[in-house]
Write a protein that binds this ligand. Structure first.
Ligand SMILES: Cc1ncc(COP(=O)(O)O)c(C=O)c1O
Length: 370
């Protein structure tokens, strides 16, 4: 059997990033240094919001965004059943109650009709996730929010640079939240996150929350956290941001190649949505669906191809959420089916076209033998 080592993702570290990190280490203030403020300014300019507040992770970005929108004990937030667990955890960290709305089977993002049905009298925030880099249906979500007078916090942790109706995600709702974990489309090569908003009060509260609730050096008017982004990681993030569009273009070219080569298997494999006249996804992940997921994954592994499963268990069916709220199998059929059939193929800007071809050939061979 021909073997080729191909990784699922591949964080990028180059000489310019190393030099920037070293320069920050030697010359910048390690906490709250110039690189942090510049990164915020540059990120806000990129997303096109008035403010960007850096934090120590995407989870903290979500938590502080929610608190800044008024989430506290007794307030509910509607979010997707299908995401990384942090999307829902942040609601609990903020003191709120998560309400789970099922996904659209074609886009794997929250279904706006389910979202609307899930709103209760104590809901104050909607938290859609742009999963795998594919924007959620923001027009419908924003209409619902406007009618019900709710805040919208976008979980854009997997969607840096994705566009919905000429707007970058993270600038459509009241607040956007990003993660810079190393596997993301851009990262700080450590943990990190960003909150984007046009709302001065939200930006101000979020900035205090990350910094021990400070109003002055030793004066604090809220209970805050130590959750700042450090200057060395910010320096790396600034370089990565400059490359983001070029990397996203490469991801899109790779995705197109997958679409072209796998099209003939459409009866057996469901391909992800490609985008449309008004949606430009950024292919954080390239996720197919197949009934033979586990067998295909182990076959690809044998030939050196690393795949992933994002995610095997819908959030409400995670043991911790079952224990908290009593959710059980059958409560979220679309997400459960999805969790059993989804498979993430290798996707990163440095993936070679011959590797994509090799992966597609292996998938075809698997199906012709099964
Ligand atoms: C959709 C989503 N939300 C939230 C997060 C949390 O971000 P972090 O890992 O930086 O806390 C992630 C990161 O993996 C994510 O993918």
């Amino acid at each position: 059997m021909v073997n080729r080592k191909i990784s699922l993702g591949s964080p990028i570290l180059d000489e310019e990033m190393k030099a920037a990190a070293l320069d920050a280490l030697e010359n910048d203030r390690h906490i709250s240094g110039e690189n942090v403020w510049k990164f915020e300014e540059e990120f806000a300019k990129y997303v096109k919001t008035k403010y960007a507040v850096s934090v120590s992770s995407g989870t903290h970005a979500l938590q502080f965004a929610l608190i800044s929108c008024g989430v506290e004990h007794g307030v509910s937030v509607v979010t997707s059943t299908f995401s990384f667990i942090a999307s829902a955890n942040a609601i609990l960290h903020a003191g709120g109650i998560p309400i789970f709305a099922g996904i659209d089977p074609l886009t794997y993002n929250i279904d706006p009709d389910n979202l609307e049905k899930s709103i209760t009298y104590d809901t104050e925030v909607l938290l859609p996730v742009h999963l795998y880099g594919f924007p959620a249906e923001m027009d419908k979500i924003m209409d619902i929010a406007e009618e019900r007078k709710l805040y919208v916090v976008e979980d854009a942790c997997q969607a840096h640079g994705a566009v919905y109706r000429n707007q970058r995600v993270g600038s459509i709702g009241d607040v956007g939240c990003f993660s810079f974990y190393p596997s993301k489309n851009m990262s700080v090569l450590g943990d990190g996150g960003m909150i984007t908003t046009d709302n001065e009060e939200i930006a101000h509260t979020a900035a205090k929350l990350r910094n021990s609730g400070r109003t002055a050096k030793y004066e604090h008017d809220i209970i805050g956290y130590t959750a700042r982004l450090n200057s060395i990681n910010a320096a790396i993030g600034r370089i990565q941001l400059k490359r983001l569009d070029e990397w996203n273009k490469k991801r899109t070219i790779i995705a197109k190649q997958y679409f072209r080569e796998l099209k003939e298997l459409e009866e057996l494999i469901k391909l992800p949505p490609q985008g449309s006249s008004y949606i430009t996804p950024v292919f954080h992940l390239f996720v197919i669906r197949t009934e033979q997921r586990d067998a295909l994954q182990s076959r690809l592994k044998k030939t050196g191809i690393e795949c992933g499963v994002h995610y095997p268990i819908p959030i409400p069916l995670q043991p911790v959420y079952r224990n908290l709220y009593g959710f059980k199998e059958g409560d979220f059929p679309v997400s459960e089916r999805y969790g059993k059939t989804c498979l993430s193929l290798p996707m990163h800007p440095n993936l070679k076209m011959e590797d994509v071809h090799f992966i597609c050939e292996q998938i075809k061979t698997f199906h012709s033998n099964s």
